[in-house]
Design a protein around this ligand. Structure first.
Ligand SMILES: C[S@@+](CC[C@H](N)C(=O)[O-])C[C@H]1O[C@@H](n2cnc3c(N)ncnc32)[C@H](O)[C@@H]1O
Length: 191
């Protein structure tokens, strides 16, 4: 049984759910043992841990939440506490992200770490848009990114934004759940 301190820590970290599982399963089929992988917003480290376990790839993971960073460090990955990927200066074959994507009214925003995990701002794309902008810097020439989003996030708007940054985008997995369809987008650089 966990002690109260561990429980408090766990309550401040997004625990793996259907979205985490869909992303982990989908990307594990797309990654090989020599790939260098960056996971942005790793939370508990579940997705990163699954990637290492299933593919043997090397994974670096970021999160802005210090509790998440501590939790993720239990996996055989390198964890960096940073906003998005600001402290990451190298390039990766694969970038993976299950961002906070729920559209949230500013009046309903809570000031806690779970809000960071869930709220994507008024349009749901507060983290998605800056990540798209960062992908050309983070990806190797033939690199690819996998982004878990939802019909609530506005997939047409993401596609339009990606095109503006010279990125190609395709849907490679979908899973209907109550109130939304979870979607994995594969994003590559246009050549
Ligand atoms: C929906 S959770 C996903 C967690 C985990 N990847 C999973 O699939 O179970 C989103 C994660 O992104 C992190 N996050 C939110 N804003 C961030 C930012 N600006 N920079 C880095 N991580 C961020 C949150 O702390 C949270 O751990």
């Amino acid at each position: 049984m966990s002690n109260p301190r561990d429980r408090l820590e766990r309550e401040q970290v997004y625990q793996p759910a259907e979205d985490s599982q869909l992303l982990a399963t989908t990307v594990s089929d797309e990654i090989g043992p020599t790939d260098r992988v960056l996971e942005v917003g790793t939370g508990s480290g579940y997705v990163a841990g699954q990637i290492v376990g299933k593919t043997g790839a090397t994974v670096v993971a970021t999160d802005i939440n210090p509790h998440a960073c501590r939790s993720a460090a239990a996996h055989p990955i390198e964890v960096v506490r940073t906003d998005l990927a600001d402290a990451i200066k190298s390039q990766f074959d694969v970038v993976v992200c299950n961002p906070p994507y729920l559209p949230t009214d500013p009046d309903d925003e809570l000031d806690d770490w779970m809000e960071y995990a869930l709220s994507g701002g008024p349009d749901g794309r507060a983290l998605v848009d800056p990540l798209l902008e960062e992908l050309p810097r983070l990806l190797t020439d033939d690199g690819r990114a996998y982004l878990l989003v939802s019909t609530l996030t506005g997939i047409d708007a993401i596609t339009e934004r990606a095109t503006a940054f010279d990125l190609q985008i395709e849907t490679i997995a979908e899973e209907p759940v109550p109130f939304e369809t979870l979607t994995v987008l594969k994003i590559t650089l246009k050549h």
